[in-house]
Design a binder for this molecule. Structure first.
Ligand code: SF4
Length: 337
């Protein structure tokens, strides 16, 4: 389209604007990429979201507009109203999306029971994270095969020690092709090995399983996807729709929220689980968006960040939450540690 006085420049609908204290990000949720800009571009980026007449763009923004055109983040149109911004409303088809569980001598009998898979299926679980304790390591193949019949689209496996046999790890993925990551603890190195196109083994010298530590947020953990970005506008992206079974079989929202709401041994049906997860206490942290959390509310990475720190109620402001541990990112200076 040639540029005339009726030509508008508009951001593509798949490009979200995320404003922070020191930076503005344009997040392309389709191409899974993001671009960082100074906050002095706030008003022009806002105008581009709805569309602005090319003739009205101040010449001081010429280089910005050229960059946005080059990266295909904006397009020309004479009818910007025909391209509405993305609808940020979100409706989930399931109450629980992800299950994390520890396979131990306390939980293995219940996990290997056929009814456990039936319950996961009727909950329409999307992802499973399984940690297999040392004392039941000889059952890992049985657990992996058992969970291969489940509807979950993605499975991550965490093993308590390294048997140093790549063929064994490959055989686990062959038994259950939905496994996309195997975390191996007590290994000799901190490396990553590719098993298949989208499947990796992540070796760690650490002895702790992933549920026993608070992860420090880092740039590497940022994720770009549509559901996560939209979820971040309404919910806490770590606690929302999650359930965790610890090594004693205790049922929690997440390892960081150390409150038991029942035990796997007493679960007979989907209704038993739904009764637990529907309580307001179980969902205590689900609606705490980053907008309600001190410091995070000023961060432009909000739509890409899954932060597992437990929010604490602010002492002076009952509408706001905070974290005891600092994040590795400082939104006020715009730098990672
Ligand atoms: S400040 Fe908050 S939103 Fe920003 S990266 Fe850290 S945890 Fe995520």
């Amino acid at each position: 389209m040639s540029l005339n006085e009726k030509t508008y420049v508009k951001l593509f609908s798949c490009v979200l604007i995320s404003k922070g204290y020191s930076k503005i990000l344009l997040i392309d949720i389709q191409r899974k990429d993001y671009y960082s800009f100074s906050t002095r571009y706030a008003s022009i980026l806002d105008a581009l979201e709805t569309g602005i007449l090319n003739s009205q763009i101040d010449t001081e923004f010429n280089s910005l507009i050229s960059f946005l055109r080059k990266e295909e983040l904006v397009f020309n149109t004479s009818e910007p109203w025909k391209f509405p911004s993305i609808n940020t409303a979100l409706q989930f088809r399931n109450t629980i999306s992800n299950v994390s569980l520890v396979v131990s001598d306390h939980t293995i009998k219940n996990i290997l029971d056929k009814s456990f898979i039936e319950i996961l299926d009727s909950l329409m679980i999307e992802g499973i994270f399984i940690h297999v304790n040392m004392e039941v390591f000889n059952k890992v193949e049985e657990v992996v095969t058992h969970l291969s019949t489940c509807v979950a689209r993605s499975i991550e496996l965490s093993l308590s020690y390294d048997i140093e046999n790549l063929n064994f790890y490959k055989s686990l993925v062959q038994k259950n092709p939905r496994i996309n990551k195997i975390y191996v603890h007590n290994s000799k190195s901190n490396t990553v090995e590719k098993l298949y196109e989208d499947t990796f083994v992540v070796y760690s010298t650490k002895t702790d399983n992933l549920f026993k530590k608070t992860r420090s947020m880092s740039k590497d953990y940022l994720q770009i996807n549509r559901t996560l970005a939209l979820e971040s506008y309404h919910y806490h992206t770590y606690f929302n729709r999650k359930i965790f079974f610890d090594e004693k079989g205790d049922i929690m929202n997440a390892p960081e929220y150390k409150k038991s709401f029942g035990n796997i041994k007493n679960i007979r049906s989907t209704e038993d689980i739904l009764k637990i997860v529907s309580s307001s206490d179980f969902q205590k942290y689900w609606s705490i968006t980053k907008e309600k959390i001190a410091i995070c509310k000023d961060c432009s990475y909000k739509p890409m960040c899954v932060d597992n720190r437990l929010p604490l109620p602010h002492k002076l402001n009952n509408q706001e939450w905070y974290h005891k541990e600092e994040c590795n990112y400082d939104p006020y200076i715009g730098e990672w540690k």
